[in-house]
Design a protein around this ligand. Sequence first.
Ligand SMILES: [Zn+2]
Length: 468
Amino acid sequence: MESSGGNASRIRREIEALKDEKARIEQKILELENQLREEVSLAPQQQENESVCDGCCPSLSAADANLAHGLTAGSIYRYSRHLLLPSFGVQAQSNLLKSSILVVGAGGLGSPALLYLAASGVGRLGIVDHDVVELNNMHRQVIHTETYIGQPKVKSAAAACQSINSTIQIVEHEQALRTSNALEIMSQYDIVVDATDNAPSRYMISDCCVVLGKPLVSGAALGLEGQLTVYNYKGGPCYRCLFPMPPPATACQRCSDSGVLGVVPGIIGCLQALEAIKIASDVGEPLSGQMLLFDALSARIRSVKIRGRSPQCEVCGENTTFNQQRFKDFDYEKFTQSPLSTSPQKLKLLTPESRITSKEYKERVVSGEPHVLVDVRPEHHYKIVSLPKSLNIPLTSLEARVPEISSALKGQEEGGGSGANLYVICRRGNDSQRAVECLQNMGFDLAKDIVGGLESWANDVDPNFPMY
Ligand SMILES: [Zn+2]
């Protein structure tokens, strides 16, 4: 056992060292590629410019071509399938090339949105994100590759966009969008795409778009469903017209995050790109005053009419006093009762006596202490991975299933211990605190929460314990 344990840690160290080396090499390649791009970027540009020369250089070969629309020969070839579309054509493409679009969030929605916006020839494409690429992003955030794990999403996304279309300008905003920087960043673009996933960001981005007079393409995807609409477009409603008050926040602070089928944000993100392209190129009818609803399981897409601009809206209504200063001072986290940052919140509901660390729990297991471990995660989480001999009673059914806990405790006491202990665990240690609070109210005075849940078990006790 000793030597296999020693072997495993040696192999792990070697993997880590090789990964570091790989990251260094990848970084070097990236730098050199960027250098190379700068070196050669002048050459094709000069070639392309020849075609739009107005006669100042008589030696140019394309002097006969009539290119009043201003598209270069390179652009004509690259976007030829757009130009061949009678309902799109040179005018729309030329509008697109002159436009600028900001995508907030380079995650599940932002990935396809950015790829298509870059490919389609948006002149200047901005990306805002402060996160790094993680392995559990890969199933839906298809703009990133494994090579970029641990690196900023903005860098990864920008490199992907640039490799698809080296002729457009990509702007990296490697920071979290806040009221302190949103006006400055968003004012640099014609159109904003909201590809974030939390309530305070939604309100903040929508309010900022109203203050700055920018159209907003908003998308959301959760589980197997998605939705899409365009806000603040030519007199249409803003997000606050529809949702003057945020939804109750309780659901957002649970540590049992909901899942999402990777392709669902993929579809909504593509539709966001489409709406942004329609607005930028001035083609078709943007989805304003309507909400598109997508249901993956039934493969159904439908559009429902939503209310128009509300004269009473606090931000865009008739008597609004909402301006740039009010925006800067507004506390979106307080308003929505949920954090702007995607990192999960750590609750602190219990006294230190009602909590033990995962290491302490491990010691008690090893010492043979009689106890019952209740895992309050939802059943489908429990099926992914669980600790041995734990009893799965989801938080939502805790009260109804108290008798099971009582009889499990009795079983332990009969097995030798008097006054067996009761421990509660969940994914990250928030729901377990709620459960302990509830159990203590029902008379289980000795109930204790395992701090940080299975996440801390994996970090501090068993590095091989699978995390999800
Ligand atoms: Zn409004």
